[in-house]
Design a protein. Structure first.
Length: 79
């Protein structure tokens, strides 16, 4: 849950300071599919990163930017 302070600037208004979290999850592809299905605002689509993470990022309605990812070596072990 993200907090809200109605008298303060929104996360979007803070610009570069609106990155809120990087969450490592299991089954990142399923998480991504659910976000797409529910109409989430995708900031960057799913991609494999050279540093061993498969991730994507979303923007919340008030402008927080959150990355969801999974370590790729874990995906190899699972598959």
């Amino acid at each position: 849950m993200l907090g809200e302070c109605s008298d303060e600037m929104t996360a979007e208004e803070t610009g570069n300071h609106s990155w809120f979290a990087h969450a490592l999850v299991e089954n990142v592809d399923e998480v991504y599919a659910e976000f797409i299905e529910r109409g989430a605002q995708i900031l960057s689509p799913m991609a494999n990163k050279s540093w061993g993470i498969r991730d994507f990022s979303v923007v919340t309605p008030d402008g927080h930017r959150i990355v969801f990812g999974q370590e790729t070596y874990c995906m190899t072990m699972i598959n």
